[in-house]
Design a protein around this ligand. Structure first.
Ligand SMILES: *Cc1c(COP(=O)(O)O)cnc(C)c1O
Length: 402
């Protein structure tokens, strides 16, 4: 097997043909500053020690590795293990990345941070560390998303952030990210742009992966300690792909299979899904080449999923490479399958998962049934589901679910 750890991106920020830095001159200089600061920081033991200390004391790491005994027995096959990112401060893996970028912004002497957000989860995470570090914080959010995600808008405001409505395009996440990039090109002198997933121009896909790999590093050591061997299969959901890259990366050179669960919405054979790898094609978005949901003319399609955190019309460029290399298998999980998995985890384990994470669970359950009890499947439980209760309840009523 070809070694992958430490091979990508190359010096120009490419993951094979994907990634790169397709931006204008002013953004280019801001990105070069971030790249230089990041490369110096990651080789500075004092910086990495402060990152680990803040993950421990503020974010609540390490998170547990938990065997889902009753759910495994119900599935009737392989044993399911959960990496409990839902136990972190703010309830999802996003905190790992914003702690890292917040420390980097402070190291660079920036006083203000900006972020894009769709469902509001990354906006809340960024507002959280902005309060902690004393940064001024602006979060760009589509006007349509502001309407749909009122509780998260309220959270960001309570944390002291200003939510900036974006009305271009479809007034959703891709437009918010375009607007954040545009704003940053005029404000990078004193402002740091905190990107929420492994997408966007170099160095973000690499940097966010390196902040999130703590998930896989911990899980690998915990699994070896508990089982004396590695898991047979890893499963994570893929929106932009940060929790999946975080789990997968430290295992890339191990003989473990991997599945990335994309949101298939109403089905991959309908226009209502968010599966950029299973149902998209390569193109350029937000400064990088990757797989996108687009028409033959390159018009970006709006993504659709029951889970707001997965409906991004692109995917991180490293996933595009892993897809082409067939190192990771990407599969669609429909809304119906995700809600069924959501209910099973509630009923069999007493854990209410995020709808995003329920996509990973559904893909893992499908596999568990096909495999013998001697096999182990490690699922990244990327977040908790309290935020989804109203939405799931309404969905179940409308669809006559039990
Ligand atoms: C935002 C979010 C995701 C999707 O983002 P990735 O970058 O693909 O990880 C998944 N799970 C939860 C709980 C989220 O909040």
């Amino acid at each position: 097997m070809k070694k992958l750890i430490g091979q990508y991106p190359d010096a120009t920020g490419h993951f094979g043909p994907y990634g790169g830095r397709f931006v204008g001159e002013t953004l280019m200089s801001a990105l070069l500053d971030v790249e230089a600061a990041w490369h110096s920081a990651k080789n500075d033991p004092a910086f990495m020690a402060s990152f680990r200390a803040m993950l421990r004391d503020y974010a609540g790491r390490p998170t547990p590795l938990d065997c889902a005994e009753r759910l495994s027995a119900h599935a009737g096959g392989a044993r399911l293990w959960l990496k409990r990112e839902d136990c972190t401060h703010t309830g999802a893996h996003k905190i790992n990345n914003v702690v890292g970028q917040g420390l980097l912004a402070r190291r660079m002497g920036k006083k203000r941070v900006i972020a894009e957000t769709g469902a509001g989860q990354h906006g809340v995470a960024t507002a959280t560390i902005a309060a902690r570090f004393g940064f001024d914080c602006k979060v760009f959010m589509g006007a349509e998303d502001i309407r749909r995600q009122a509780p998260n808008v309220r959270r960001m405001e309570l944390l002291g952030a200003q939510v900036v409505p974006v009305t271009s395009g479809t007034s959703t996440l891709k437009d918010a990210m375009n607007e954040a990039l545009r704003y940053w090109s005029g404000a990078s002198e004193d402002t740091f742009y905190v990107i929420g997933t492994v997408s966007g121009p170099h160095p973000y896909p690499e940097m966010v992966r390196d902040f999130q790999r703590v998930i896989g590093d911990e899980a690998r050591a915990q699994f070896l300690e508990k089982c004396g061997k590695l898991p047979d299969l890893l499963v994570a959901c893929v929106g932009g792909g940060s929790n999946a890259m975080g789990l997968f990366y430290p295992f890339l050179d191990d003989p473990c299979e991997m599945i990335g669960a994309e949101a298939a919405g109403d089905g991959l054979d309908t226009p209502r899904h968010a599966a950029s790898l299973c149902g998209g094609s390569p193109g350029e978005l937000h400064g990088a080449l990757t797989y996108l949901l687009q028409s033959d003319e390159g018009q970006i399609h709006e993504a659709w999923s029951i889970s707001a955190g997965l409906d991004y019309p692109g995917v991180g460029p490293e996933h595009a490479l892993l897809h082409d290399l067939k190192r990771v298998r990407y599969e669609g999980v429909t809304d119906v399958e995700a809600v069924a998995a959501f209910q099973l985890l509630c009923q069999y384990e007493g854990i209410i998962p995020a709808l995003e994470s329920s996509h990973a669970l559904a893909a893992a359950l499908r596999e568990a049934k096909k495999r013998p009890a001697a096999q182990n499947i490690l699922v990244n439980l990327s977040g908790r589901g309290d935020k989804d209760l109203d939405h799931v309840t309404r969905w179940m009523k409308e669809h006559g679910a039990p």
